[in-house]
Design a protein around this ligand. Sequence first.
Ligand SMILES: [Zn+2]
Length: 320
Amino acid sequence: MGILGDIGKVVIGGVLGGPAGALAVFTVEHGQEVIEGTIDFARQVVTIGEDVYRAIPPEAFAIAGDPLHGLLKHEFEDELILLGYIAGDAVIYAGLTWPVAGPFGAAAHLYAAGGVVFGFIDHRRLNDQEWEMAQYIFRDTLPDREHIVLTNVAGIDGRPFTFPIAPLGVPVVINLAGKYDPHSTTPDGALLYHEMTHVWQAKRAALREVYLYDARVGVTREEPYDFNPGKQWREYQMEQQAAIVEAWTLGATQRQGKFDPGVHDQFALATPLFRYVNGNIRRSSDADTSSGQSLAQLLADGGHDTLAEMYSAPPAPWWS
Ligand SMILES: [Zn+2]
């Protein structure tokens, strides 16, 4: 583990960027020490003290890009760092990992010290089954299919997390950690569509920053995922919104420490959560929706004329 292994987030002062080939210098306060770091744009290398990190194609950070962002790997160790903007600050986010001998044997990293870092992050686009369900849940409110990338990278504590890797929200990378399967459908569909809700949020926000959905959970709130139905969509935090979509795919209606699955069928129409899918998710909107569940109210909130426009049976879910 490099020097940054015990630091979750390093805020870099000053302005980054500049002409290609420029060398940016920054300092990191680590305990009593002040450590110097450099970003070599031309060589796609970041050094922090004695530690050297190399950019990972195709996720390499943009040379002289603004915003500057990208994944880099420690020269010798299994440690990833993310260079980017979080909430407006230029930061280095450390301690990311990936399953070296993951459940699907996705590991084989071909990194050679001093050589080219290539191919050790396993990634793929959504397969047909995952994409069909995504379109059912989100309809046409997501980025293009090729702009959504699944990987085996893990965040702090091995957790999945999602971030838009470039300005304007795409492409968006969903890091599924140990839940990633390089060859077939993600077994945990509820998790996948939780993370896809962050993709939906990223597209709506068109963030000019790297927002690490889920990666910082637990730092600021005890139970950021818990919710009760009944409020307006915009009153829920981002993690609560993702949990609402996740709950709908489970047939649950709330989360208090855990979901209450089985209260309804998965993807049910007659749940207190359908108003958010119908009036917010599928309309890419924060607009208020009715707390009632009458057909007339639901049709109006969703902008539909007929029940068939509003609701159809889902593709068969492969999780419960
Ligand atoms: Zn989340």
